[in-house]
Design a protein around this ligand. Structure first.
Ligand code: HPA
Ligand code: MOS
Length: 743
């Protein structure tokens, strides 16, 4: 009867395709409801010379920072004003004035009537400019082992370079949204499209001068989030809550797509300097890497994102002497934030780039370089930050995938193809990932759950997990059903509410099912123990329903609160040493690409992915996560191009100019699989799958780099990320010119 391990359909599958699923803006207008919007800074940096709200106030409710009790928020440090308050706008899109009225038309008219005179100032818009101006957020951090300088100095070969990667827009289909209903005595109820109801609750309470127990935040589901609603759903919800507090009326705020893209933060762009020493067989003996990320105007989650980049800097490879430095740059762009992978992709891509370059330099196959350096199972298995890699399946994955996808023969075929074709170019690469699972902030690794059994034997479960399409509710229901020994259909996971579960962590770090599933299983297990004890007293009951009735009549509690705190974790930033992760999700991917030599047009011919995701709680849902994440990663490494003008205006701010992958871009051959291994340390033997497969798409970028290597005239081919058609064409042109000059 076990539900765990089965392809139970996603609990919203039917609703999503029939349209029955309710998102925030599907809630019918409430009586007296106001539409909320805001006027934002049109400049990346500007001083407000004068602000005249007199005309706007004739048309709508208008509020500024003066209407707030407090005006600072932030998930790590509260350094960001919700509304511009010292006359200085520090990013384009920063909210200045909140406007509310009965209709959209009235709101728009009032926004136009807000008169602001700005003095434009010179912004910092790039990592280079920030470094030149020494404009940073927080301190540079370090992870060090051995003596990287000395090892590089005495190495047979050295390569150095700078790896550039761009940001990425979350492109969730449902924009940021919230509905607020004021209650009695200043209390309020907020329906928010957020990964983090507790943070929305905390920020609203703090900024509006309420106690947290006066604010209830609920989240039914999100139409995608990808990290973009981990810290930045707070802003719209708090603006709406402010209007509800002032007017005592229900409010609704829903960003349109273009606004959402303009004003919210993105995946961090990174610019990383590396120097690596290695032997003639490709073994890395020492490496120094300096990460610089574009943090935007405020801290947001940037320090934690940087920490994850740094703890993924060596990826799957044992590097005895390593020196990792991370600095977050402060620029005048919207604060960059969590995005699926959370710095991991930027760290791993940097390392995979280095491995490809070592192979190119030595004229070796990159797979052999990866094999030589791969973490061992019993030895060579300690990370630069001191964590021992448990249950390392990377060597197995690196053996199995090349066999499965016929890697060696295809490498030869690619070489033969490139020697014969004047118009096209192929490339192939097999990349790896080792992704640390746990929040890299220790206290976040906890969860609580409420399990209620009703008189008819049906069960409600409530946790802090939020459903963003990833299927966490389905997995939790499966786990609870198994703990209670009842059919899956008897269990319903309820809307996420801060009223049911207090002090929850964001659904993030791939950990929502691990943490909340463990807490729910804990609650269910303790009820089951009471029921088992009852049966041992009164005798075995024929059915679950009879057992529940009997328990009620015997006054045995049919409700429980479960709790889980991840064991083992221990992490100290000052030393850069410890055990930040409970375990690692691992994988390998091989991609082959075809490039048009005259246009730079890129096609992915084939991708094979083989991962260790433990024993899936729900294989169908995990397959969906694997495929979806890979394709989202493919967008990051190939087509998604955030373009800004010289004043920091985002030019690619809508689907017409910002290209996410569509069905035509998918690999023509696409094989997604996992090996059959249990993860003994996690619930149900499973592993987290939300983020790691996104990083498998780096194989596509590496394949492009591999293709360019064939025309680089013996130099190491350099390539920025994303490898857009334009970027590829520029590299092709550069190599053709250089080749002509040599000839
Ligand atoms: N992932 C996502 N969110 C976080 C993390 C993390 O590792 N650490 C702190 N917040
Ligand atoms: Mo996620 S990027 O951990 O919300």
């Amino acid at each position: 009867m076990s539900a765990v391990g089965k392809d139970v359909p996603h609990d919203s599958a039917r609703g999503h395709v029939t349209g029955e699923s309710i998102y925030v803006d599907d809630v019918p207008p409430l009586f007296g409801e106001l539409v909320v919007d805001f006027v934002w800074s049109p400049y990346s940096k500007a001083r407000i010379v004068s602000l005249d709200l007199s005309e706007a106030r004739k048309l709508a409710y208008v509020y500024t920072h003066e209407d707030l009790h407090h005006n600072r928020l932030g998930p790590i440090v509260a350094d960001e004003p919700l509304l511009v308050d010292d006359g200085l706008c520090t990013f384009r899109g920063q909210p200045i004035v909140v406007v509310a009225a009965e209709t959209r038309a009235a709101v728009d008219a009032a926004k136009r009537a807000v008169r602001i005179e700005f003095e434009e100032l010179k912004p910092i818009l790039t990592i280079d400019d920030a470094i030149a101006a020494q404009s940073f957020i927080g301190e540079t951090r370090y992870i060090r082992r051995g003596d990287a300088e000395a090892a590089i100095a005495s190495a047979e070969h050295v390569i150095e370079g700078v790896f550039f990667n761009q940001g990425q827009d979350h492109f969730y289909l449902e924009s940021q949204a919230a509905i607020v209903q004021p209650g009695e005595n200043g209390a309020m109820h907020v329906l928010s499209s957020t990964q983090h109801p507790t943070e929305v609750q905390e920020v609203i309470a703090h900024l509006l001068g309420l106690q947290m127990n006066q604010v209830v935040v609920t989240t039914k589901r999100m139409g995608g989030a990808f990290g973009g609603k981990e810290a930045q759903a707070t802003h719209p919800a708090t603006m709406a809550a402010l209007v509800s507090q002032k007017t005592k009326r229900p409010t609704r705020i829903v960003y349109d797509k273009d606004t959402d893209m303009h004003v919210t933060g993105k995946r961090h762009a990174f610019q990383n300097r590396y120097r690596v020493g290695f032997t003639r067989s490709g073994e890395i003996v020492g490496m120094k890497v300096e990460f610089f990320s574009d943090g935007g105007a405020y801290a947001d989650l940037s320090p934690a994102v940087m920490a994850r980049a740094m703890t993924h800097a060596e990826n799957s490879y044992y590097i005895a002497n390593m020196d990792i430095r991370g600095t977050v740059c402060r620029t005048n762009t919207p604060p960059n934030t969590a995005f699926r992978g959370f710095g991991g992709p930027q760290g791993v891509a940097t390392m995979e780039n280095v491995v490809e370059e070592i192979a190119a330099f030595l004229k070796k196959d990159a797979l052999d370089v990866r094999r030589v350096n791969c973490y061992g199972v019993e030895t060579r298995n300690t990370t630069p930050y001191g964590e021992v890699v448990p249950n390392n399946t990377l060597p197995r994955l690196l053996t199995e995938l090349p066999e499965r996808c016929d890697y060696r023969a295809r490498v030869d075929a690619v070489r033969a193809f490139n020697a014969s074709s004047q118009t096209q170019l192929k490339g192939i690469a097999l990349s790896t990932v080792k992704f640390g699972i746990s929040f890299n902030t220790k206290f976040l690794n906890q969860a609580n759950a409420l399990v209620n059994i009703y008189l008819d034997g049906s069960v409600q479960v409530s946790t802090g997990a939020t459903e963003m399409g990833q299927g966490v509710n389905t997995k939790i229901a499966q786990l609870v059903a198994d703990e209670l020994h009842i059919p899956y259909e008897r269990v319903t996971v309820m809307i996420t509410s801060t009223e049911k579960n207090n002090n929850t962590s964001a659904s993030a770090a791939s950990s929502a099912a691990d943490l909340n599933g463990s807490a729910a299983a804990d609650g269910a297990r303790r009820i089951r123990e009471r029921l088992d004890e009852l049966e041992s007293r009164i005798g075995k009951q024929e059915t679950w329903e009879k057992l529940v009735k009997a328990a009620y009549h015997e006054r045995v509690s049919l409700g429980e609160r479960g709790f889980y705190a991840t064991p083992r974790l221990d992490w100290d930033w000052t030393s850069g040493q410890g055990t930040p992760f409970l375990y690692y999700t691992m994988g390998t991917a091989c991609s082959e690409v075809l490039i048009d030599r005259f246009t730079g047009d890129l096609k992915v011919l084939r991708s094979d992915v083989l991962m260790d995701i433990g024993k899936p709680i729900n294989p169908g849902i995990d397959r969906g996560q694997l495929v979806g994440a890979f394709i989202q990663g493919m967008g990051w490494v190939t087509t998604e191009d955030l373009r800004y003008d010289e004043k920091g205006v985002l030019l690619s701010h809508s689907p017409t100019t910002y290209k996410i992958p569509n069905i035509n871009d998918l690999p023509e051959v696409f094989n997604m699989d996992w090996i059959d291994v249990e993860n003994p340390i996690n619930v149900g033997g499973s592993k987290a799958v939300g983020e790691p497969p996104l990083l498998m798409a780096i194989s596509i970028w590496c394949a492009v780099k591999n293709a360019l290597q064939f025309v680089a005239n013996g130099d190491i081919a350099r390539l920025k990320l994303p490898a857009t058609n334009e970027e590829i064409l520029m590299r092709l042109t550069e190599y053709a010119k250089r080749g002509a000059a040599v000839a």
